[in-house]
Design a protein. Structure first.
Length: 366
């Protein structure tokens, strides 16, 4: 956490954060769907639509029978062509040791559904997963709740929506909405389009571009969480360092990112042992510890970048010699003066026109 946030925590009692701070995102996409629609337009469209509907049903069925209190925790976030993107909230507390177990459980639930859907030879699929996590830093992700038409709003909520020029208002609005709706995301979805915004979101979808059949790709942070569980139920293998377009931090920050993957079945077949053994050669080291160090390195880079950006804003204000708040107030007062002058001029002209003598040029000109 940045020094500013640390200082506030020491001196102030922080309010309870209502908005969920950890969100798992998983996606599945059909391999070769365009070719299927071109070769057999009618049947191809039916087959794809049937796949998407069946995947959704199977995923929710597994979720309802997985033994936890949340029987319908998967939310369909986006449908992009032949791709389904889901998210689910992960219970998160600093002292919660089960956080990583939750993540492993739900990623595995998604992967099992994906493998079940690709058990036939007719259609291949690939998928990915990444984690959005907010720890109170300015560069962390935010919930972006977009009100649907006709939603009745409280005054405070309406005021917050109009202040979107300040990034902090996104988080304040989310807090207000989650509070009003008793933290019930299903009810929130009735009145709001639920979205997320931030660097982590862009990073996650760049990582998704590296998924392909047999390779269920994981973000570094997500891989770290699963590796920390110590579970050997599935292989978590190192895919290598990859450049993610537009996501390099600069100023000494990471230019490439370590990606990992879970080997999955596709069209009923698994990756050959020869290929898997080649990846396992590079997985003898403690990647959990290495990913923790990478996370610290990435965090310090973001912090340094943010401080530099913040300093530029302060320097720009100092060089102008004008306090932005004072300038805004002066502009408001100037507008009031202008309106008063215009009103006085109209009243003066109206009074002169009612007299028998025409107004002089001096009286009508300012």
């Amino acid at each position: 956490m940045s020094e500013g946030n640390q200082g506030r925590q020491k001196n102030e009692v922080q309010p309870e954060v209502i908005t969920p701070r950890a969100v798992l995102v998983c996606g599945v996409d059909i391999e070769g769907s365009t070719a299927l629609k071109v070769q057999n337009p009618g049947f191809g469209k039916f087959q794809i639509a049937n796949f998407l509907e069946t995947f959704n049903i199977l995923l929710r069925d597994k979720d309802s029978r997985d033994g936890d209190d949340c029987e319908d925790g998967w939310f369909l976030w986006r449908v992009r062509g032949d791709e389904l993107i889901y998210f689910r909230v992960i219970p998160f507390e600093e002292s919660n040791n089960s956080f990583n177990q939750y993540i492993e459980k739900y990623v595995n639930e998604f992967v099992v559904t994906l493998e079940g859907m690709s058990s036939t030879e007719s259609m291949g699929v690939h998928g990915y997963a990444f984690l959005l996590q907010s720890k109170g830093e300015p560069w962390d992700f935010s919930w972006n709740l977009i009100a649907k038409n006709g939603v009745g709003k409280k005054k405070k909520q309406d005021y917050l929506e109009k202040q979107m020029g300040d990034p902090s208002f996104l988080d304040l609005l989310a807090e207000e909405v989650f509070s009003n709706y008793k933290k019930d995301l299903r009810f929130i979805q009735n009145d709001y389009h639920v979205d997320f915004i931030g660097r982590e979101v862009d990073l996650g979808f760049r990582i998704a571009e590296h998924s392909r059949p047999h390779y269920f790709v994981l973000s570094p942070n997500l891989a770290k969480c699963i590796l920390r569980t110590g579970s050997e139920e599935r292989d978590i293998l190192f895919l290598g360092f990859h450049e993610l377009k537009g996501c390099a931090i600069g100023d000494g920050g990471p230019e490439k990112f370590p990606l990992f993957f879970i080997p999955v079945k596709n069209k009923g077949d698994s990756l050959s042992e020869e290929i898997l053994e080649n990846y396992r050669i590079f997985n003898d080291s403690d990647y959990g510890e290495s990913l923790k160090k990478f996370e610290e390195y990435e965090h310090s880079s973001c912090e340094r970048r943010y401080k530099g950006f913040d300093k530029k804003k302060i320097d720009a204000n100092d060089k102008s010699g004008v306090n932005p708040n004072m300038l805004q107030e002066a502009q408001r007062l100037l507008e009031q003066v202008r309106e008063s002058l215009e009103k006085y001029q109209e009243e003066r002209l109206h009074h002169l026109q009612e007299t028998s003598f025409p107004p002089s040029e001096e009286e009508t000109t300012y």
